[in-house]
Design a protein around this ligand. Structure first.
Ligand SMILES: [Zn+2]
Length: 114
């Protein structure tokens, strides 16, 4: 878990009158709605700052191309799109440059091979 997520989780606990998880508060109707709305905004930002693997662009799907990995297990940037907004704004494939963040929505991208 990264530092942002940890800070947010603590904030959730401290903003909650029951000092429990927000899901439980939601169910029982305890939650401070105003705090919850801002926590949701922060969660969105934390999610964007947490690197995610690129998503597969379904336009490229055929018998041989079924995932972002090529036959040797390397990521093929040509078939990758942003996992958050689905746009092709995470690499310049003809130059072999990968962006650390999506240019459309700011989602951090994890280009590491598995
Ligand atoms: Zn994006």
């Amino acid at each position: 878990m990264n530092k942002y997520q940890e800070a947010l989780d603590r904030l959730v606990k401290h903003s909650c009158p029951q000092r429990t998880s927000c899901n439980e508060c939601d169910m029982k109707g305890y939650c401070n709605r105003i705090a919850k709305d801002w926590i949701d905004v922060l969660q969105e930002l934390v999610d964007k700052a947490t690197p995610k693997k690129p998503a597969f662009n379904e336009d490229w799907r055929d018998e041989e191309t079924t995932s972002i990995y090529d036959e040797d297990g390397f990521i093929n940037p040509v078939v990758c799109v942003c996992p958050n907004c689905g746009k092709n704004a995470i690499c310049v494939s003809e130059y072999g440059n990968y962006y650390k963040c999506c240019h459309e929505c700011g989602q951090a991208i994890d280009w590491s091979e598995e």
